[in-house]
Design a protein around this ligand. Sequence first.
Ligand code: 3HC
Ligand code: NAI
Length: 698
Amino acid sequence: MSVVSVETRDNLAIITIDNPPVNALSQAVRAGIVSALDEAEGAGAEAVVLHCAGRTFVAGADIREFGKSLKPPWLPEVIARIEACDGPVVAALHGTTLGGGLELALGCHYRIAVPTARVGFPEVNLGLIPGAGGTQRLPRLVGAERALDVMISGKPANAAEAARAGIVDRLAESGNLLDEAMNFARELVAGGEPPRLIRDLSVEPVDPDFFSEYRKRIAPKTRGLMSPERIVRCVEASLHVPIDQALKEEREHFFECMASPQSSALRHLFFAERQAVKPPPGVSASAEVPEMRRIAVIGAGTMGAGIAYSCLGAGFEVTVLDNDEAGLARGQKTIEGLYKGGVARGKVSREKAADGLGRLTTSQDYAAVGGVDLVIEAVFESMAIKQEVFARLDRVCGPDTILATNTSTLDVDRIAAATDRPGKVIGTHFFSPAHIMRLVEIVRGAETEDSVIVAGLPLAKRLRKVGVVVGNCFGFVGNRMLYGYGRESQLLLLEGAAPEQIDGALQDWGMAMGPHAVGDLAGLDVGYSVRRERTDLPDDPRFYRVADVLVEAGRLGRKTGKGMYLYESGSRAPIPDPEVAAWIASEAEALGVEQRAIGEREIVERCIYALIVEGARILEEGIASRSGDIDVVWVNGYGFPRYRGGPMHYADTIGVDKVYAKVCEFRNRFGPMYWEVPELLEDLARRGGKFADLKPAG
Ligand code: 3HC
Ligand code: NAI
């Protein structure tokens, strides 16, 4: 069946795009629209309605075509063809009209939308700019500032906002979009309304310093990104460059962005995030997913409260249990505070807050969680305590209740062994702050049933998070890799790099924060106690030595006002502390580590390549099924720059052979203890392969 069809009714032509799942503008669709318009005009149609079958109007260009040679007709040609029609063309919008989809709609002469429709330009999330006239037509409709806000944020607007801004001419309230769009077209014909071309409008003038001010305003949020500046330049051009010339310049910027490593990284993540939420190989996708309505959270501390808040936000009935009365009261207060803050910032309505809190119960009695569908345990990170909690849960919960642990490092199988239902036990590793961070590692134990794994994925989606299924090992994917990254950042201190130099180098490279500032934020005692529990640490007195010294001196990070850095009261800004520098120097001397000047490049390579090496081992062992899963974990949980695509994509970008050569160099220079080359890395380097091309492990 053709992806574009045309039908004439009286004097109208109705063009239908039917290209599931999101009606992306593939070459067949682009060509189909052009021939449908030819056919409509050939049949004497006086007006055209352009609409889509399925769940949405066009959600954008077909991202799968990017990076390949694009076949004609190109979208700007399709839009020019629409604009050249003799009679009005009305776009009928439902679902998500995004990117090239919105450009197509802006090329039409009029737009009508259902109230639930959303419209926007999310290209920036893919390292792109609107490349088919969006940067020129939107400012003509809504002004430069608003157009920039839409394109730089990438966030879609709802239909009512779009109508207020003039992007949409009419809202279809009756529930039958096509009928209303046809009526609109008939009215236009009857009223003798000529086709209205947005390109013929001019952009409202702005203050002379508007663009320089705007650039300053967006700088913190667009650090390191290439496409926002291109968008600003195009909108600047919309004010004073003739439109055909400006459209040509826009197209050039678009292709430059598309060819950039940034866009390739962001497109990789687009697909990797969608792949990650599918059951991994070897897990039956048809396993029946149990319905979930009631959730219990055990432990009302930092994580428990955040998890409970997320679950309430997703509509679940939530019971929070804590064995400590004060802890329970604190947890309840935290949840109420989160709602209060949400209301104050306008993120949550008063009604939603009241509804959420109405679904919350608290208890100290395990009998209260007997009837729930899922339990998420977030008590202290201690195997003995977790096993005791799971044994109790096993006794009080129904046989089908799924028992999940939020442990960040402990063995999920040993926790499961405390129950008679190891098949129903799983890890759900949330990140702090749990109501904000998008990542959840879904940890499958040796006996976890497929249906339990498969249940974790839609749960994460319902909580508006990205769930990634990972295997059970110390630290799973994220924290296990963090160990290598943290280890290098600690060794570099002893070797002579200052904390602020290390943090600065990695932040300049793109990490959201440097490792030492992160350590202070999380609390240096957290890693310290985890290291005390481990029995498999390397026999190396340098290993996390500086962090240990700080903790033993009571410098736990921000919470004590001192850690790797100093913090002035009420300020989050880390201040380098000469006392720490002196301690580091004396520790280095005591350990016989020679201090030297270290360049930024070495800092970045040692920390980032340590991640890649551990990632390669994780793939070898099947702890992650796909290299893209590792990337999704690191960009969503650890502040790895999205525009570098994640550690494994980054390795593919610079070339696995180059990474291999550098790791060999580090092994020769620093010894094999930390730099033994994983077989997978060597194998890929020798055959010129990429992590992305590996067959998923299952
Ligand atoms: N091209 C190709 N495939 C796409 C696509 C696109 N633009 N948008 C979505 N898909 C695919 C997804 O990969 C997924 O495939 P899968 O089932 O094989 O994994 C499927 O459609 C469904 O997507 P989601 O799982 O994301 O479905 P949701 O319902 O959760 O979300 C959506 C729908 C809001 C449309 C979301 O998919 C989305 O944001 N898509 C991208 C929109 C976008 O970025 N558009 C701009 C593209 S760039 C452009 O248009 C350039 C232009 O200026 C020239
Ligand atoms: P926390 O110390 O803030 O809270 C733990 C809560 O559990 C306390 O309120 C305590 O009273 C309660 N508790 C202890 N034993 C209990 C029992 N037997 N029954 C009922 N309640 C009990 O701890 P936090 O930071 O929230 O961590 C919880 C879990 O989440 C740990 O396993 C931790 O490793 C993990 N985690 C923590 C992260 C963090 O950044 N804080 C990040 C990711 C995971």
